[in-house]
Design a protein around this ligand. Structure first.
Ligand SMILES: [Zn+2]
Length: 231
């Protein structure tokens, strides 16, 4: 009887060992060996603690050179927030206008981010064509709603630095441009306030640290003006 018990225990032990080996083999197969380049990239990825949010009004306001440089040379995570989807722009190579054009511009930005490695965000603001002032843009958009969207992106992406493509003045040359910089500055101040826009308040104390503006013809971080810094 005792011998039978011993045999049974051995049988169970061997079965357990086989199942364990099988599981280990399956798990080992799930982890593919990586190339040296991939391991190097993974190590660099671990060093990427800094996040930059580049913010402007239209899809073609993006600065792909800056985004690519930050992402691929400086290994800084970078996202572009385009307030609109460019519905009001011109289409020189096709017949699409309005919302159809906005869909095309949206996909163009998503494809661009696949190339430069950045991330892409939008707000609900509509590109209704040329606007002579930020006030006019806010009347069309609903200032509070678009501001809420910008705050939401900041709380979601948690950038350490925000860079605007345009200054918050008439020098921006287009009401949407001017409005984008005004909203960026407001959102910079408000994103950390847990009493505002409570939809996602758990990250409210993780607002951005810097707010910068760049001049349109230059568009590079090297000539940027840091207008305020949070300590
Ligand atoms: Zn623009």
């Amino acid at each position: 009887m005792r011998e039978n018990d011993t045999l049974e225990r051995m049988r169970r032990g061997i079965a357990w060992l086989l199942i364990s080996c099988l599981t280990y083999t399956v798990q080992a197969q799930d982890h593919e060996l990586k190339s040296t380049v991939e391991v190097y990239q993974d190590l660099q990825e671990l060093q990427r603690g800094l996040r930059v949010l580049y913010l402007a009004a239209h899809p073609d306001d993006e600065n792909t050179r800056l985004i690519s440089w930050l992402e691929n040379d400086q290994h800084v995570r970078t996202a572009y927030l385009s307030l609109t989807r460019g519905q009001g722009g011109q289409n020189l190579i096709g017949d699409e206008k309005g919302d159809g054009l906005g869909v095309i511009r949206t996909y163009e930005l998503l494809e661009a981010r696949k190339v430069d490695g950045g991330e892409q965000f939008f707000t609900r603001a509509i590109d209704f064509g040329y606007s002579k002032s930020a006030e006019e843009s806010f009347e069309f958009w609903g200032r509070e709603q678009v501001l809420q969207d910008v705050v939401q992106v900041i709380r979601t992406y948690r950038p350490h630095v925000i860079i605007t493509r345009f200054p918050p003045t008439r020098n921006a040359g287009h009401g949407h441009h001017e409005a984008s910089a005004i909203l960026a500055a407001e959102a910079f101040d408000l994103a950390g306030d847990p009493k505002l826009f409570l939809r996602n308040s758990s990250r409210c104390n993780l607002g951005p640290l810097k707010y910068c503006t760049t001049t349109p013809p230059l568009g590079g971080i090297s000539r940027s003006t840091i207008s305020r810094t949070r300590h």
